[in-house]
Design a protein around this ligand. Sequence first.
Ligand SMILES: [Zn+2]
Length: 378
Amino acid sequence: MNILGAGGLGCEILKNLALSGFTDIHVIDMDTIDISNLNRQFLFRQSDVGKSKAIVAAEFIMKRVKGVTITPYFGKIQDKDEDYYSQFGIVICGLDSVEARRWINATLVNMVDVNNPESLKPLIDGGTEGFKGQSRVILPTITSCYECSLEMLGKQQTFPMCTIANTPRLPEHCVEWASVLEWPRVFKDKKLDNDNPEHVQWLYETALRRAREFKIGGVTYSLTQGVAKNIIPAIASTNAIIAASCCNEALKIATTCSPYMNNYMMYSGNDSIYTYTFEYEKKDDCPVCGNLASDFDANPEWTLEEFMQQLPDSQQVRIKNPSLRTAERNLYLQSPPQLEEATRPNLFKKLKELVSNGQEVSITDPGLPFSVKLRLLY
Ligand SMILES: [Zn+2]
């Protein structure tokens, strides 16, 4: 059993699995414990602030539940390879990051070898956002995968890096510039803390200067706070419900005591308690488990850069720093620097000069182990 994440969901999942009789559990988390976690991440105490979540959680559970071995890893899930993940029977995600989920989903789909049933690792994914949450069972290559349902995600505010760096148009672009580019440049090793009023004040002043330079209005302290945090408060009861559902599914899969969920349960506690379970269908044009390109309506008069600006917000793509290719040529590559420079002039060319109607464009991101294929239609 492998648990990804030892935060709000992860603490609940660890406790539930240990008390359900699972005896060999691995847990991965790259985060350290913050004082603001203590109201719901109940495996941590004040004296643990600053320590690794995975390590402290593992020690706590092993002390309280006899006979269970928990192996923690303090780092990113992407540090581990297919050999590592192949040792587990089931992988459970209690992650708060879309990127990390896309990564593990694609990795588990890639691991499936049709001649070796053991290579198929069920993935149980839990997620919460305020009073809402979902849990689901993914059998890689058999059921729909995480990427199939990417469009279920709410529209998140993301901005392409090239816009933030070079051509800001919105007050939000200026705040992102201050937090993503200026903070690390000015403060090198100091981590930005969005709960620290001095840090937010610095972001605000820096964003305001940037906004003046580009004659953009609307940068305020509260906007800065909102953009920098971009966080919906975590609710302990939602975590408990979703974690319980995930662990129920794990128990059913591990013991075959009962049929497991098919395959997506959504929960809402906003106005009253409501759940709905349905079968999310696999998509032929899923970039991870399907094999067809998906159609994308494009304007042939757009420049390549304008096309790229659509990608972070596009429900089908959601890639922030895309590199683009067709079967014949590189359209734009983010790295290495020589190829970036060589392909940069294409950014200002019109789409119709680069890609013909109906041609496929393949889009990659350094953080994702697959490419998204779009068929451009004019
Ligand atoms: Zn899929």
